[in-house]
Design a protein around this ligand. Structure first.
Ligand code: SAH
Length: 375
């Protein structure tokens, strides 16, 4: 047993790659491709072009309110909205911090599962952090979501709806007083996106398809964060989506990574790094590394050197994340002097590195914490 395993109340790592089957969420416009939307509209007895009108209301105007759809007859509106734009996310809690520039929401899904998302307004962009699963089966011991286990996969539309809601919130001026345009999406909420591959790829298409078929977001402004499911990374590289890949590395050596990211026992570091490198080559995009700095666990100077050696010469950006301690955990964030030394040693090897700002801390901003405290 390593030091890491001894100093935490970690349970033996059980990995659940398959989500348990639960009641399916209702069908929604955002689950469907443009062709499928036309078929669905015709099956409901309406002309096919209504699909485009409805898509315009949802993806361009971000509305599901029938009374705002003046290009549709009153009967058609009610009919199409109730069949294709059912409510998927019921707000349970919404919390603000950073003078209103950060807003975190907990949502209840149709089957009662709780998920969360966070919208953050910055000077140059507005980002939403979305969940892709209710819970998570990856069992990383420092992560609040990992402690609760996997409830179920989210549907494509449930994922997209978090983005549409964030766009609405930004446009309303609720984030810091003036209207803003949602520009970025990061899959860093609850869940392991690549363990819910099909729904996530569908959501990526809805996000990047031009309006009104989709939200028209730039591929360069979307980040998919993963523990390192190698076969799914390889598959994603073939999708022609070109979104940025972020790998939750958290350790530069297999012994410690086996503890911090239990999937490492199946796909070890060198395979994960090779897959990320192939992905970056294929898409021409820099990849990212996430590394939560945990005091005296993974923040030693020698580990900074080992990480630098592992990544020197890669087309990569390292994001150091000060650990946000989960309730009951013995682990905490690194001392600032150790954090500074870690950065210095990476930079000395020419590795591009930043320390992530810790937006949303006071509203349980880290992965799964607000949903866990709500439940
Ligand atoms: N399942 C995906 C997305 C998870 S959340 C993944 O693992 O990449 C996004 C990032 O937050 C991951 O790097 C995750 O390891 C990290 N994270 C989770 N809990 C954290 C905590 N308590 N403090 C700091 N980072 C945390």
């Amino acid at each position: 047993m390593t030091e890491a395993a001894r100093t935490t109340a970690m349970r033996p790592g059980e990995l659940k790659l398959e989500a348990p089957r639960r009641g399916k969420p209702p069908r929604h416009l955002a689950d469907l491709t443009p062709d499928e939307r036309r078929t669905a509209v015709v099956e409901l007895g309406h002309p096919a072009y209504r699909a485009k009108q409805l898509s315009h209301h949802y993806f361009s105007r971000h509305t599901t309110d029938p009374s705002a759809m003046s290009d549709l007859s009153a009967g058609a509106r009610e009919d199409l909205v109730s069949a294709l734009l059912p409510p998927l996310l019921t707000p349970v809690r919404a919390l603000e911090c950073d003078d209103g520039a950060t807003r975190k929401s907990v949502w209840r899904l149709a089957d009662g599962s709780l998920v969360e998302s966070v919208v953050m307004r910055y000077v140059d962009r507005t980002t939403v952090c979305v969940s892709s699963q209710a819970g998570c089966g990856m069992n990383c011991p420092f992560c609040a979501t990992g402690q609760a286990g996997l409830t179920r996969n989210m549907s494509t539309a449930e994922i997209v709806e978090q983005v549409v809601d964030a766009a609405r919130v930004a446009e309303s001026g609720a984030l810091g007083g003036t209207p803003a345009r949602l520009s970025n999406v990061v899959f860093m909420g609850m869940g392991e996106p690549l363990a819910n591959y099909k729904a996530v790829v569908g959501a990526l298409r809805r996000m990047t398809d031009p309006e009104p078929d989709g939200l028209g977001l730039s591929r360069r402004h979307i980040v998919v964060s993963t523990v390192g499911l190698v076969p799914a990374i390889n598959k994603l590289a073939e999708e022609d989506l070109d979104v940025t890949l972020a790998i939750s590395l958290h350790a530069p050596d297999d012994e410690l990574r086996d503890e911090l990211v239990p999937l490492n026992t199946r796909y070890p570091l060198k395979d994960v790094v090779a897959a990320a490198r192939r992905y970056a080559k294929r898409t021409g995009r820099r990849w990212s590394v996430e590394y939560a700095l945990i005091r005296d666990i993974n923040d030693q100077a020698w580990r900074a050197d080992a990480l630098g050696q592992l990544l020197a010469g890669e087309l990569v950006h390292v994001n150091l994340i000060p650990l946000n301690p989960t309730p009951g955990s013995k682990w905490t964030a690194s001392r600032s002097k150790d954090e500074r030394e870690f950065v210095r040693r990476l930079e000395a090897q020419g590795v591009n590195v930043t320390v992530r700002d810790t937006r949303g801390r006071e509203i349980d901003g880290a992965c799964g914490q607000l949903a866990a405290s709500t439940a």
